[in-house]
Design a protein around this ligand. Structure first.
Ligand code: SUG
Length: 448
């Protein structure tokens, strides 16, 4: 049976703004308070989805969330009408209003961890929503994420959904940003690679000193258990704490894998040789030939990687077996990175082509091409069971583009977030979106 990797991209929500909310994420911190352009952000994301679809890849779309999250503000004690809740928060606790307005759900690599049916004990595709509990503004995403995923992958014969892990730092889980899967073909059993930043219970593991390690080993193990993965089909590795301290807040900022290939920076992991040997032998047991493409620090420094997001690229398999790298514009403007990419594609290795996309609006908050997509490997039958409303087509691209043009503002600052009118605009837009994507009622304002 045919199988595919389907990339579901997060549609940027109408409140996209630079809130400076993510300590440890250099771009988020350094662009704090700048004015943003939600319309441009959404159109940049849609252009990438359309381009990948036009190249023949399977592409889907994941809806944004209801923001401002008035219900979350009410849980923090703000009361009155919706407008009063927003105004009171703006007056008394602006950072909380900003957090409740974040469009951070666009980075759907953090929405969930997904295990394809070929790896799981019950032969279904498993999803665990990420609790994202390291940052308040992200910790409020998972209830809606779960409803949206359930509306997209509704058929329980093929799809199993797990709610987020316990909402404590010891089970900090950031989803697919710290998870990659190696395989010979998407429909065959593979090796799932979980990368953690620290252990919550075992003090023998080192931890970063400056910035938080968002993913714990215990969370990764829990997800593997929930999904029914076999020990011989899983590899755990620890992120090098020193790269976390240099701004690598997720592993997908320093490594990306696809098929039999891991593309990574020399400094990305601890005990790299042991990890590579385990990946090689476990992939060999399912008939695959693991291939490591290591970028030496002499060619690209960790700082270059963090600034350019070279590794936050999408590594895609082409029909002839070679691979294509989708990188952000920032890679082209970094001379060393661009030079490295030229030598990589010219070297006769598996990665043959690089395509550049302008995703500046998202990049300025630390989200590159790979952050914007959730990969779901599906066989033909499973793909046919996905809600067809969320699969990208030329007409869907047209209607989403027009929807953005109709509803989005082209400038957003803190003052705009304090405007109660924004809430009404967003709800009107999202209500229409759920009809376009045929999701049913998924937002708090639609179900309460
Ligand atoms: O969690 N930025 C996100 C970026 C997530 C990128 N995702 C992956 N690497 N997969 C984060 O730090 C910034 C929001 C703000 O500051 O307004 C933010 O949440």
């Amino acid at each position: 049976m045919k199988s595919y990797e389907v990339n579901f991209d997060g549609l940027v929500g109408p409140t996209h703004n630079y809130g400076g909310l993510s300590y440890g994420n250099v771009a988020s911190q350094s662009n704090s308070q700048q004015s943003s352009n939600p319309k441009e952000a959404a159109l940049q994301g849609l252009a990438k989805m359309k381009a990948l679809m036009d190249m023949g890849f399977q592409q889907g779309v994941l809806a944004p969330q209801e923001r401002p999250d008035v219900a979350a503000l009410r849980r923090l004690g703000f009361a009155g009408s919706d407008a009063e809740v927003i105004q009171q928060a703006a007056k008394e606790a602006m950072p909380l209003l900003v957090a409740s307005c974040s469009a951070s759900s666009m980075w759907v690599a953090n929405a969930a961890t997904v295990s394809p049916s070929a790896d799981t004990a019950d032969g279904r595709v498993h999803f665990t929503a990420a609790n994202l509990n390291c940052k308040y503004h992200r910790s409020i995403e998972h209830p809606t994420t779960s409803r949206v995923l359930a509306a997209m992958f509704a058929d329980s014969k093929h799809f199993a959904h797990h709610s987020a892990l316990p909402a404590v730092a010891q089970f900090g889980d950031e989803g697919a940003a710290n998870h990659t899967r190696f395989c010979r073909a998407y429909g065959e059993a593979g090796v799932e690679f979980f990368v953690f930043g620290r252990s919550a219970f075992d003090t023998r593991y080192p931890a970063p000193q400056r910035y938080p390690a968002r993913q714990t080993l215990e969370a990764s193990r829990a997800v593997a258990r929930l999904h029914g993965l076999k020990e011989e089909g899983v590899v755990y590795a620890q992120q090098n704490p020193s790269v976390i301290d240099q701004g690598v807040f997720h592993n997908d900022v320093i490594a990306v894998g696809n098929g039999e290939v891991l593309f990574y920076h020399e400094d990305a992991f601890l005990e790299t040789d042991k990890m590579l040997a385990e990946l090689t032998s476990k992939l060999a047991k399912v008939g695959g030939k693991f291939q490591a493409v290591c970028v030496p620090r002499s060619a690209v420094t960790v700082d270059d990687a963090v600034r350019s997001y070279l590794f936050n690229s999408q590594l895609l398999s082409r029909a002839d077996g070679s691979m294509l790298l989708i990188v952000p514009e920032e890679c082209r403007s970094n001379e060393r990175v661009w030079q490295y990419l030229q030598s990589l594609t010219g070297s006769g290795g598996v990665i043959r082509e690089v395509k550049v996309f302008d995703l500046k609006q998202s990049m300025q908050n630390g989200g590159g091409p790979a952050c914007l997509r959730l990969r779901v490997a599906l066989n033909e039958t499973e793909l046919a069971a996905v809600n067809p409303g969320v699969i990208m087509t030329a007409p869907l691209y047209e209607s989403l583009t027009q929807w953005v043009e109709r509803h989005y503002r082209d400038r957003m600052t803190e003052n705009d977030l304090a405007d109660p009118q924004l809430l009404l605009e967003c709800r009107a837009a999202l209500d229409e979106l759920t009809q376009i994507l045929k999701l049913g009622a998924v937002y708090p304002f639609q179900i309460n």
